[in-house]
Design a protein around this ligand. Structure first.
Ligand SMILES: *Cc1c(COP(=O)(O)O)cnc(C)c1O
Length: 455
């Protein structure tokens, strides 16, 4: 044993990362480029700059620069809620009676309640620096919209959020948090855009989807002077900003001489996982160290474990660039009873490439098991976890129990991405025994793959 490990490992303010790390710089095979849906040619910076801020376009397309300095204004915002603690889950270890050492990086200590603020503040900063009036975006469960509203109010930017209709209706409190920070929130699909009207005509009564809200937000950004679109996950730039999670985790582990054996994270579009694993994956790619890296996804939206690695549309309205990724098809919508988040049909193309090369693993878990793990965790560690985060908890517990059988004292690190205060309807369903586990059939997946673009 080296130093005694505290319950919470905090870095000093001056130990916070000064640069984001871009894992693509160390990848031999780079992630496939975004394609123009019309010409099927790689998107150029000029084409992308109609949709995204200039500086973010540069970050999106840069596969070679390993470190991007974090601007001072962003670092000072980060200081309001970072560094985030790396917690040794002593109580969970005791409860499981495992020889494993379990650590979690907790990103829920800010009002948005999740890691999404790490990228929201960066994206708002670059929009402000470019002299824009505002940004548009979509939000599903509302964490991204909340984070972006906070970031926009900090930099005095207008923020228009298209919120998936079912969430808009079921999560009125999220909506009000966003409005408190000055954002306008429109339920999607809406009558305010061409693509929204088209989707409503084709699917009357639809409760919406992320893919559909993205199409509306992009349409408004492209059609409004001084506006750009921002996205909270999936893109390379978002993974870059989220590397702050992994860099802090690595610094905290190094401070106490701890070597992680496995790193576990939940995967929706891949931003928290991509950020958490970035410096570890970098070591792996450079042949300096080895780690097991595990992505956890819902069995009801299994992009990695059952998806196809192919070019696909990022949105339902097919207005966005095409991305090569593990995908369930852009029409895929998880069953309505799915309550655990992580409902995007695709996956970060960087993580898709790393997974395809066998550099990381993926598992899928059913939602009743996820909520069981959430409850078990909450009862001993105190924090009420977000359902998304609880996917990682579930697999961390499973791995710790395997260590109990083998007697190995492995170091398990997982990402606890946020808190679940706005997810209590889902918790209620779980407690009332009204939650079931719908898993899509092969036929359903085949049907949505039939619409994959030909590239
Ligand atoms: C959005 C979100 C996720 C999933 O998104 P990724 O881009 O895959 O990280 C996970 N946990 C929480 C709390 C979230 O808000």
């Amino acid at each position: 044993m080296s130093k005694e490990i505290p319950y919470k490992i905090y870095l000093e303010e001056q130990e916070m990362p000064k640069a984001w790390y871009n894992v693509r710089a160390d990848m031999k095979t780079k992630p496939a480029p975004l394609l123009n849906p019309g010409t099927k040619e790689p998107m150029t910076a000029a084409e992308l700059s109609g949709v995204f801020c200039d500086e973010l376009v540069k970050q999106e397309l840069d596969n070679d620069t390993a470190f991007f300095e974090i601007p001072e204004e962003i670092r000072s915002f980060y200081k309001m809620y970072r560094p985030s603690p790396l917690v040794r889950a002593y109580c969970l270890e005791k409860k499981l009676d495992t020889p494993a050492h379990i650590y979690y990086k907790f990103e829920g200590n800010n009002t948005s309640g999740s890691h999404k603020l790490n990228s929201a503040i960066a994206q708002a900063y670059y929009a402000k620096k470019q002299g824009l009036k505002g940004v548009t975006t979509e939000t599903g469960a509302g964490q991204w919209g909340t984070a972006l509203s906070m970031a926009c109010s900090y930099f005095e930017l207008d923020c228009k959020v298209f919120m998936v209709k079912v969430s808009y209706e079921q999560k009125p409190f999220r909506r009000e948090v966003m409005r408190t920070y000055g954002a306008s929130v429109t339920p999607s699909p809406s009558e305010t855009t061409n693509v929204g009207r088209k989707i409503l005509a084709e699917h009357p009564g639809t409760t919406g989807s992320l893919g559909c809200a993205i199409s509306e937000a992009v349409e408004v950004a492209v059609g409004s002077e001084g506006y750009r679109y921002v996205l909270g996950s999936v893109l390379n730039q978002v993974l870059l900003h989220q590397s702050v999670i992994g860099l802090e985790t690595k610094a905290a582990l190094d401070k106490y001489g701890i070597k992680a054996d496995m790193i576990i994270g939940c995967a929706g579009g891949g931003s928290n996982l991509g950020g958490l694993i970035a410096p570890f994956m970098g070591e792996k790619l450079r042949g300096e160290a080895d780690y097991r890296i595990i992505a956890v996804e819902p069995a009801s939206c299994p992009s990695f474990t059952r998806g196809k690695y192919a070019y696909d549309f990022c949105d339902t309205g097919m207005v966005c660039p095409l991305a090569k990724m593990y995908t369930l098809g852009s029409d895929f919508i998880p069953a309505p009873n799915h309550a655990g988040g992580l409902r995007y049909h695709g996956m970060s193309s960087t993580l898709s490439e790393l997974y395809d090369e066998g550099l990381m693993e993926a598992v899928s878990v059913v939602q009743t098991d996820v909520f069981k793990a959430a409850e078990e965790f909450a009862r001993v560690e105190g924090i009420l976890p977000a359902p998304e985060s609880s996917h990682a908890i579930k697999v961390a517990i499973d791995e710790a129990l395997k260590c109990k059988e083998t007697g190995e004292a492995k170091n398990i690190v997982f990402g606890l991405t946020g808190t679940g205060y706005f997810d209590l309807v889902a918790y209620q369903k779980f407690h009332d025994g009204q939650m079931d586990d719908y898993i899509p059939t092969d036929e359903e997946l085949k049907k949505s793959w039939a619409k994959l673009p030909v590239v």
